[in-house]
Design a protein around this ligand. Structure first.
Ligand SMILES: [Zn+2]
Length: 261
C-alpha cells in the first residue's frame, strides 16, 4: 500500500524525580524520512506539553525498560500519558523522549492504552532516551508509524543499517520495503542498461529462477533482493564497471543464487 503524505505523531518529553524533561526535537528525523521516501512521506511531530513525573523515569528503565511489567517502559508510557491528560490535540501515536536510560523501542502502552481525551486513545508508543541517534529515531518511527518489522541481518534501516555511521547516517529502507511503500521506481530488465543509470530510488525488476528479484545499484555496489521478502540481500557485491550493463555485471551473482529459492 502506497505510503504518502504527512503522518502526525505526538512528541512528549518526560522528566521526573528532579530530572527536567529533555529537549525533544524530531526535525532531522522528519527530514531524513522526507528524503528516504523521495519526498513522498513525512512524519510530523506535534509537540505536547512536557510532563514531569513525581518519580525518576529511571525507575521504569531497568534493563532499558524492557523487563516484564509492572515497572517497565510500557508502564512508563502509560504514566506519562496519564500525566498529559487531557490532551485533545494528541495524535494517536506518541514518541516519548525520556530523561532516563530507556532502550529505543516501539511497543504497546501498558493496560491497553490511555484515553487522552474522550474517545481518543493512544495505544502504541515509541520511546527514546534523550540524545538518541538519528538512526534510532528513524528506526523507531518506522515501527510506530509504518508498522515495519525488525529485519535482523539486513543492512537496511530495519536491521544493522540503523546504526550505520554510529547512528548518524542510517541506511535507507531495503528495496522490498520501499517498493511496498510506493517509493521505488522499477526499471525493466533491459540487458543493455548501464548500472549507473539506476538511481538510488530505482531497482531493476527481474523474474529469475522462479522468483521475482530486485537489483539495486548504488555507487558501484550492487545488491539482489527477493521482491516479496524484506531482509538481507540474496547476493551483493561490487561491480567491475558501473558504466557497463548491469545485468552482465551481476550475472555471476544471479547464477550463485539460482536453485536456492
Ligand atoms: Zn527495531
Amino acid at each position: 500500500m502506497a505510503v504518502t503524505g504527512v503522518a502526525p505523531f505526538g512528541l512528549l518529553a518526560v522528566g521526573g524525580g528532579g530530572r527536567a524533561p529533555p529537549e525533544a526535537c524530531a526535525t532531522s528525523a522528519e527530514a531524513w524520512w522526507n528524503a528516504a521516501s523521495f519526498g513522498r512521506w513525512r512524519p510530523r511531530a506535534v509537540a505536547l506539553p512536557p510532563v514531569t513525573l513525581a518519580a525518576d523515569p529511571a525507575r521504569w528503565c531497568a534493563g532499558g525498560g524492557m523487563v516484564p511489567g509492572p515497572r517497565n517502559a510500557a508502564a512508563l508510557a502509560r504514566a506519562a500519558l496519564l500525566a498529559l491528560v487531557p490532551a485533545a490535540e494528541c495524535p494517536q501515536h506518541v514518541v516519548l523522549v525520556i530523561a532516563g536510560p530507556v532502550a529505543p523501542h516501539a511497543w504497546r502502552v501498558a493496560d491497553g492504552g490511555v484515553a487522552v481525551a474522550p474517545g481518543r486513545w493512544v495505544r502504541r508508543y515509541a520511546a527514546l532516551p534523550a540524545g538518541a541517534s538519528l538512526g534510532a529515531w528513524v528506526h523507531e518511527l518506522a515501527h510506530l508509524l509504518l508498522g515495519w518489522p525488525d529485519l535482523p541481518g539486513s543492512p537496511c534501516l530495519m536491521g544493522s543499517g540503523a546504526n550505520r555511521g554510529g547512528g548518524h547516517d542510517p541506511a535507507r529502507p531495503g528495496p522490498a520495503l520501499a517498493l511496498d511503500a510506493g517509493w521505488l521506481d522499477l526499471a525493466p530488465a533491459e540487458p543493455r542498461m548501464p548500472a549507473c543509470n539506476l538511481g538510488p530510488g530505482a531497482a531493476m525488476a527481474l523474474h529469475w529462477d522462479g522468483r521475482e528479484v530486485l537489483i539495486t545499484s548504488d555507487g558501484g555496489d550492487f545488491a539482489i533482493h527477493d521482491r516479496h521478502r524484506p531482509g538481507p540481500p540474496l547476493a551483493s557485491g561490487r561491480l567491475a564497471d558501473a558504466t557497463a550493463p548491469l545485468l552482465a555485471g551481476v550475472a555471476a551473482a544471479l547464477a550463485s543464487i539460482a536453485g536456492a529459492a
